[in-house]
Design a protein around this ligand. Structure first.
Ligand SMILES: Cc1ncc(COP(=O)(O)O)c(C=O)c1O
Length: 474
């Protein structure tokens, strides 16, 4: 008896897939891909089809899929000893050990760790820690935040308020937190952006304009009302926007001048995605709070963590009657903490981040070859975190109908047929994102880029784009 078709049908009947047009799947429509096994950077569906996981299961699986047995022995030992304990008014050895290890790895001064179950909880915990800090230091009126357009910070209501993707927010308005959104660091569309335009020639000038925009918002709202600014070291949504030189240094300066806290949302960029423990280290950021999840366990268990500075937690310690009025039952779960400790050990033992640093240049060179295709307008990113922006003639943005045809009508299914999981995305402009597991070899990265090249060549044909070389524009 072959149980496979049933699984797809049962999935369609009973499993509500997240951020998915659920009605597009099912009998007579698209089949649901049901993944049942993984190995290295590959996953296999119930029909035995192999896919290169070029998205690391949503930027999570730093280690890929072959460390399960080793991780499970750490998990089993923990479960046999103490399957569960909270971090509410007490502690357990594994959470203590993990907090201690993380504090050694964190950027200097960010050695206080608050555990959560995932990214959105980390973001909301950072918001509450910021509010508690301000409340304790005479900043009770600091009730607003600044974040960036198109950035994604999570789907729960507080994190959604910080998120800058209008279509995700509109059904749940009004927002739970008052947030102003400012420009992301999108160099590629700079010249078409009314706020910046032709005048910008270099990083210093771009940074200056971006920071001026933020300062204007702070002054408009009233500096005494701003609790925090949140941004990713490299912004994911919109397609791997790398900051211009001087941007994060300027953010630090603004935060200090106007008294708000600076939060680096590193749910994606921490734990090696950019070749360092934290993306902040790569981009010169000196935040007061860092939010993490995903790579903290390489997603072998669901866990997040917020890193807070001595300054932020100072008020929580100075008065024995002051409470950290925020908590999550599973924050610091022993199982997840044991898995995270093992994950961190493997990162170091197997030189996982060295692999990213060694192969980043190769990956960049190979991805930049895609610029020869007419449909590719830009290739940007760093580490193992890249976006390929798709464009019409002369860099034209695709309109809504074209994006529907290209991204959802063609690329989603065609990438799967090419044996690849990557992310066509148009929360900003049209991009395909790749963020492979950090254990990939050069040959595996080549396989990924070759697959992408094949699919994007066909995508160009679909959109009736002439080859760049034919127009002499390669
Ligand atoms: C930068 C960033 N912050 C927060 C989140 C929310 O994380 P989660 O889905 O674990 O709640 C995400 C998720 O992708 C993210 O990319």
């Amino acid at each position: 008896m072959n149980p496979l078709p049933d699984l797809e049908e049962v999935a369609h009947e009973h499993l509500l897939m997240h951020f998915t047009r659920n009605g597009a799947f099912g009998p007579g429509r698209q089949p649901v891909v049901v993944l049942e096994r993984g190995e290295g950077p590959y996953v296999f569906d119930t029909h035995g089809n192999r896919y290169f996981d070029a998205l690391s299961a949503l930027f999570c699986s730093q280690l890929g899929y072959s460390y399960g047995e080793e991780v499970v022995s750490a998990a089993a030992a923990q479960m046999a000893r103490l399957p569960f304990a909270t971090t509410w008014s007490m502690a357990h050895p594994t959470a203590v050990a993990l907090a201690d290890r993380l504090s050694q790895l964190a950027p200097p001064g960010l050695g206080h760790v608050f555990f959560t179950s995932g990214g959105a909880e980390s973001v909301e915990s950072a918001w509450k820690l910021a509010r508690l800090y301000h409340n304790a230091t005479g900043g009770e009126h600091r009730t607003k935040a600044i974040a960036r357009r198109i950035a994604y910070h999570g789907a729960s209501l507080g994190a959604l308020a910080l998120t800058g993707v209008e279509s995700y927010k509109a059904p749940f308005a009004p927002a739970a937190i008052q947030v102003r959104h400012v420009s992301p660091t999108n160099r590629f569309r700079l010249r078409e952006d009314d706020r910046f335009g032709e005048a910008v020639h270099d990083d210093a000038e771009f940074s200056r304009l971006l920071l001026e925009e933020i300062e204007a918002v702070v002054l408009e709202e009233g500096p005494e009302t701003i609790a925090m600014f949140i941004a990713e070291p490299v912004q994911n949504a919109g397609g791997c926007f790398v900051p211009p030189t001087g941007y994060w240094e300027g953010l630090r300066e603004l935060a200090d001048r106007y008294g708000f806290l600076l939060v680096a949302d590193e749910v994606i960029t921490a734990f090696g995605r950019l070749g360092e423990w934290f993306g902040s280290m790569r981009v010169g950021a000196h935040p007061d709070l860092i939010t993490t999840a995903k790579g903290l366990t390489s997603a072998y268990a669901p866990m997040g963590a917020v890193f807070a500075s001595d300054r932020v937690v100072g008020p929580l310690y100075e008065d024995p009657k002051r409470s950290l009025v925020h908590g999550i039952t599973f924050g610091g779960h022993p199982l997840c903490a044991a898995i995270s400790l093992k994950n961190l050990e493997i990162f170091e033992r197997d030189g996982v981040f060295e692999n990213v640093r060694t192969l980043e240049g190769h990956l960049q060179d190979r991805l930049r070859e895609l610029l020869a295709l007419s449909i590719v307008g830009d290739v940007r990113g760093c580490g193992f975190f890249w976006a390929v922006e798709l464009v019409g003639e002369e860099g034209r943005r695709f309109d809504a109908e074209e994006r529907e045809r290209l991204l959802r009508g063609f690329l989603f299914g065609r990438l799967l047929r090419a044996g690849m999981i990557a992310r066509p995305d148009d929360r900003g402009d049209s991009v395909v994102q790749v963020a492979p597991p950090l254990i990939c070899t050069a040959e595996q990265l080549d396989e990924m880029v070759d697959g992408l090249a094949e699919v994007l060549t066909e995508a160009g044909e679909l959109m009736n784009l002439e080859a760049k070389t034919a127009k002499g524009a390669a």
